[in-house]
Design a protein around this ligand. Sequence first.
Ligand SMILES: O=C(O)c1ccccc1NCC(=O)[C@H](O)[C@H](O)COP(=O)(O)O
Length: 272
Amino acid sequence: MSDFLQQMARSSAERASAAKRKYSDDELDLPLLPLRLSSFDVIAEIKDYSPSEGALAGADSDRLQQARMYAEGGAVAVSVLTEPSRFAGDLRHLREVAALLAGAGIPAMRKDFLVDPVQLLEARAAGASGALLITAMQDDNELGRMLDCACDLSLFVLLEAFDEDDLERTARLLEQPRYADRADAGQLLVGVNTRNLRSLNVDPDRLRLLGPLLPENAVCVAESGLHTGDDAAAAAGWGYRMALVGTALMRSADPAGLIREMRRAGSAARSA
Ligand SMILES: O=C(O)c1ccccc1NCC(=O)[C@H](O)[C@H](O)COP(=O)(O)O
């Protein structure tokens, strides 16, 4: 595991032990929204700060207005960073965005470095309908425990890979009927993150190079460093059916228009 992920795993475990408690059925009884997939989709991210780019949200920026624009552009889901130490995230951000989006039928996803099932309960209690899990942060048993908890809570999962090894492990997990069924239903997605966790730069070539290793029985998501419709079209040509986009949308003067353009270009490339 890279130093960055090790650091994130340690601080995440500390947060998880502080979060350990029982969650009542009432707390978990919030709207649960499945992903409704189309030909090519965008998961739009709310991200106030990026370790590689610095501040993405100005002091006067309005998180809820940003989420409204994501909904207007047709985002399939909104990812909300909750990691506090390097991304200035907070569970409160997720709670606010999920409550707003529930009215529009758009699921919110917890984006963090999750290492303990209690953090999935926490996500659900904040109104999330999905969560990101990072394959490289856990061994198969630990990851299985997280996936089982997510299935029990009916959360959709974006299972994130950084390299060939992660994708091989993912393919083995997807041989298990429980996870294969979730993947078939489009509720277990497989992501490829182009971020190099040593330099923190993105490596756009990774999407192309790992394209042939994408599992056939899952919807695959191109993550990090996508900025334009052309980027979405290229990803679609390599076998991805979704893009996870944060920085470009946080910086755009017209996030709804950019989401529409990425969806259009990705979808056109898929049908070409
Ligand atoms: O965003 C970063 O600088 C970063 C650094 C180290 C590990 C992860 C990082 N980002 C998490 C993500 O995966 C992205 O937020 C997500 O894929 C969206 O990427 P982008 O569109 O490039 O903001």
